[in-house]
Write a new protein. Structure first.
Length: 563
């Protein structure tokens, strides 16, 4: 037998090994943090990536024909929400049409399946030129929509974290801000309408591009241009305008600060980034602008007092500020008890939840932080809340920014608030951690190991608390449907798929409402999924001529007035 004994390294060598390990750890901590954030996003969506589900509220189809009569679908106990339904009735069909066209070596410039043919390239939310959507051509689109959700949650987290690090935040406070934004109320509740989510995730990337320009990094201008272009190409013009507006304000303030301090303003590089973004976004933006001019939205009246009153009624109300602390204060569609839905206000429109821990740290920063970036994000939080509540800033935007009044509610400026508030809190957490780290007596009382200070423990605890607040709520809200139950083929649909003429499916007006599951027959855009050609359809940019034809034929409005 051979007597093998374990020999430990010499104490001096052990110290060298530990020092090398610590150096490696600190040098690669950014990669470790980014990897951890990506892993968190993957774990959150694991049932869609590795399980049988798609991130769609397709359970509503069980109460519509012909699936009600011909398919054994499980249904859902989730409260009806038109916005959740849009993910099924619009975005899935559009993504499927685009993926099929790319597989055939084409671009889906035209959709022949709805409204006797429709300019698909002009529908901005088709996001035809948004590169991540091209990945859907490689996979089952129902699985791919889950993958794209993971990708955009991870992008939101990564850009927020990197922005925080470039603004001199410690690693854990930067991670805190990243989790607060990527799992906050706006991104989570608008996941079903991916154009809104996809557009807003590029906000921290745009600001990061501005920071890199002032840090004289070569990637600054390209990142700024790509981020702004991607926000437009992602498909939601209203949210893209918010991204451009905030980035422009931030860049302007940085220019002013540098000019006052007699330093280089980098104005030309900033202007170049914005100009290049317009060029990159032109293939998607120009067709959309042309179709807007020929749609009911483009022909809508100029801003009026009546229109402003409508926006005020739809904005976040003072009594609804409780939603920043408790997103389910008025119920939750996942539990079937959201009371505002009956008033025509979906859950998503007023959800700015980012956690009580986030609000506490943002307020705590008032007593600890004296930096200009904390002041900027605190002001941005205030401005976003003012606009979401239809305050003076929103009124100025309504009257002076063309066509913004014809877009969605100003409450959607909560997209900016759910980014600004976690970043404000991250600066507050960073300042508190810095104070605590200097307390050597506290470290000894907590019996912390060498190299670990109380500030690190506090930062880790804050990250854990915000994750506990946000992730279970987010997972509970987001609907999932088994992939095989999304637009299943039935005998009646097989017959329509073999038809050579256009199909007209009629749902009586009194059976299509905003507050309960419609008793619908082949709801809008089903034809796009199944590949037959239909007279009907739904698109927010329906050509005004076709809408007039439909209303003349039906002797009434083509859609509910609230639309």
């Amino acid at each position: 037998m051979c007597d093998r004994r374990l020999t430990l390294p010499h104490p001096r060598n052990r110290r060298i090994i530990l020092a090398m390990s610590e150096t490696f750890y600190r040098k690669h901590l950014t990669l470790i943090a980014l990897g951890a954030l990506a892993a968190l996003c993957v774990l959150f969506w694991a049932d869609c990536l590795f399980g049988p589900y798609a991130p769609l509220a397709a359970g509503f189809q069980a109460e519509m024909e012909p699936w009600l009569s011909e398919a054994d679908l499980p249904g859902t106990d989730r409260q009806w929400s038109p916005l959740l339904w849009d993910g099924v009735a619009q975005f899935y069909p559009w993504r499927l049409l685009q993926a099929r066209a790319i597989r055939d070596g084409e671009l889906a410039l035209w959709n022949p399946h709805q409204m006797c043919g429709h300019p698909f390239v002009g529908n901005g939310q088709s996001a035809l030129f948004y590169p991540p959507n091209w990945l859907l051509a490689l996979v089952d689109v129902r699985w791919g929509m889950g993958f794209l959700a993971v990708l955009h949650y991870a992008l939101a987290a990564a850009f927020s974290y990197l922005l925080g690090r470039m603004l001199r935040l410690r690693h854990l406070p930067a991670v805190f801000g990243a989790i607060g934004f990527s799992f906050g109320g706006f991104i989570v509740t608008w996941t079903q309408l991916p154009t809104l989510m996809n557009s807003i995730v590029w906000l921290p990337a745009g600001m990061l591009g501005v920071v890199l320009i002032f840090e004289r990094r070569r990637w600054g201008m390209p990142l700024l241009a790509i981020a702004l272009a991607m926000s437009l190409l992602a498909g939601h013009a209203q949210i893209a305008v918010y991204v451009w507006l905030v980035t422009l304000v931030y860049a302007g303030l940085r220019v002013l600060w540098e000019a006052v301090n007699y330093r280089r303003t980098h104005f030309l590089r900033l202007a170049g980034g914005f100009a290049l973004a317009l060029l990159l976004a032109a293939p998607g933006a120009l067709p959309m602008l042309e179709l807007v001019r020929n749609s009911p939205r483009g022909h809508a009246a100029a801003p009026t007092e009546t229109g402003w009153e409508f926006h005020q009624a739809r904005a976040l109300q003072p009594a609804q500020l409780i939603l920043l602390l408790d997103p389910d204060a008025f119920g939750n569609p996942a539990h079937g008890d959201h009371v505002l839905t009956a008033q025509g206000i979906p859950y998503s429109e007023h959800c700015g939840f980012v956690g009580i821990t986030t609000i506490a740290l943002a307020l705590l920063g008032l007593g600890f932080v004296r930096t200009r970036h904390y002041a900027f994000f605190a002001f941005l939080t205030f401005a976003a809340l003012n606009i979401a509540m239809a305050g003076g800033m929103a009124e100025a935007l309504y009257w002076h920014v063309p066509m913004l009044g014809q877009a969605g509610s100003f409450s959607r400026f909560l997209s900016v608030l759910t980014f600004a508030l976690p970043m404000t809190a991250a600066f507050g957490l960073d300042a508190v951690c810095d104070r605590v780290s200097g307390m050597e007596g506290l470290r000894r009382r907590l019996t912390l190991p060498s190299g670990v200070d109380a500030g690190t423990v506090l930062g880790a605890l804050a990250v854990l608390l915000v994750a506990i607040e946000l992730l279970p709520w987010a997972h509970d809200f987001l609907p999932r449907t088994r992939r095989e139950d999304v637009y299943p083929v039935t005998p009646a649909i097989e017959q329509l798929m073999s038809a050579e003429d256009r199909v007209l499916a009629v749902t009586p007006r009194d059976r299509w409402g905003m507050h309960q599951v419609p008793q619908a027959v082949l709801p809008p855009n089903a034809a796009t999924v199944y590949g037959y050609e239909s007279v009907g359809g739904y698109d927010s940019l329906m050509p005004i001529g076709y809408r007039g034809f439909i209303e003349q034929a039906e002797l009434g409005p083509a859609a509910p007035a609230v639309n």
